[in-house]
Ligand binder design. Structure first.
Ligand code: SF4
Ligand code: SF4
Length: 377
């Protein structure tokens, strides 16, 4: 999907968004988008533009997330705790169930979910995260049929960010704030309530052709560019130059012990991260019958069980776990998948109860030298 060489168009405010949602629903798709609920932006089914978090913006900093009322934009609030990974790679995925009893017991694989879906409001960093998970789940010899089914035929409406949260650092990771690839349609919300719409695929263009649109003149395009440029002014960044080699060369750096003194091993950072993909499997037997179900559920490298092998856990303490997580994200992920495991969304910063900030930790590792006595705890 690529936005090149397709003419942009203008959608006029909320009524045009309603028409867009209705057009996607008329194709039999479940339409999902951001919704303000319980003090946060979450992802859910939407039927109308009124379901979107209009007039809300977010305040985010290390260990802090709040919504407050400001303006009238539909997409003024940036990322909430939930990434689109919960749609494509859900927290719990049934793998099989048994039927029958005794010698008649049969294992019945859970069929993949081919429900056609449309995602509205996908930010540029999230597109990058989806591209990372595509690589993890669909490339190589062990493609995941459940992810592939959910991904198949997905329609993505990206939204270019026009404001950044204080925790965003997509610019330094080369993933945002403008959506460049991986979408069917990209919208830029202008200050006067109109949207500049650009198709990124034939399916996106076909949908745009069905909607009532106006032409996008030079001034409107310039306005959209200026709005996106606002979101590119970000106070956080990671200097990625030589970072994989640096991180792999400092297993005994004293900063790992320093961060371990604050880390609670709560796993929030991995659960909110849109690229973290680790899972475990568990089986549950019904108390009132012979049925058993095997479920795959999200797991985290911050738990003791995650690295348990014969003889105990390999990574016994917070130091080893944080070092593993950050080194995987920013270094060994590149060896495995050819790209960074961090897209700069900033979620792990906002949702860390201890306020641990991956940008600060990466900068500290770069600037401080030295070695720690015990690298295994
Ligand atoms: S490591 Fe943190 S900033 Fe990077 S993608 Fe994951 S949650 Fe976002
Ligand atoms: S870094 Fe923060 S979010 Fe991650 S496990 Fe430690 S305390 Fe929890």
């Amino acid at each position: 999907m690529d936005a090149k060489a397709r003419p942009a168009a203008v959608l006029e405010g909320g009524e045009a968004l309603d028409a867009l949602i209705a057009a996607l629903a008329s194709e039999g798709r479940a339409v999902l988008g951001p919704v303000a609920r319980d003090g946060a932006i979450v992802l859910d089914k939407i039927s109308h533009a009124d379901d979107l978090p209009r007039g809300w913006v977010d305040e985010q900093s290390a260990g802090h997330y709040r919504l407050r009322r400001e303006g009238e934009a539909y997409f003024g609030a940036t990322l909430g705790p939930q990434g689109w990974k919960r749609v494509l790679h859900p927290p719990r995925q049934s793998l099989w169930k048994t039927t029958g009893e005794g010698a008649q017991t049969e294992i019945v694989p859970t069929p993949p979910d081919f429900t056609p879906r449309a995602l509205i409001g996908v930010r540029a960093c999230e597109l990058a995260a989806i591209a990372v998970q595509d690589r993890v789940f669909t490339e190589g010899p062990y493609a995941d049929p459940h992810y592939a089914a959910r991904r198949d035929g997905l329609f993505i409406v990206a939204v270019n960010c026009t404001r950044a949260a204080e925790t965003c650092f997509c610019v330094s990771m080369g993933t945002g704030p403008r959506a460049r690839t991986g979408f069917d349609l990209a919208l830029t919300e202008l200050d006067d309530g109109r949207f500049l719409a650009e198709a990124g695929s034939d399916a996106g263009q076909a949908l745009l052709d069905r909607l009532e649109t106006g032409p996008a003149d030079e001034a409107t395009r310039a306005e959209a560019e200026a709005a996106i440029a606002r979101a590119a002014r970000q106070s956080r960044s990671i200097d990625t130059r030589g970072l994989p080699e640096l991180l792999k060369s400092v297993p005994d750096h004293p900063r790992w012990s320093e961060v371990a003194g604050r880390c609670l091993n709560c796993a929030n950072c991995t659960l909110v991260c849109p690229t973290c993909f680790c899972t475990t499997v568990e089986e549950a037997s019904a108390l009132d019958g012979p049925e058993t179900e095997r479920v795959r559920r999200w797991d985290s490298c911050f738990t003791t069980d995650f690295s348990h092998i014969h003889g105990g856990a390999v990574r016994k303490g917070a130091k080893a776990r944080y070092r593993q997580w950050m080194t995987h994200k920013l270094a060994t992920w590149v060896d495995q998948f050819g790209t960074s495991g961090c897209v700069g969304c900033g979620r792990c910063i906002s949702w860390c109860p201890a306020g641990i900030d991956i940008t600060e930790e990466a900068a500290a590792i770069r600037s401080e030298g030295g070695h720690d006595a015990d690298s295994r705890s």
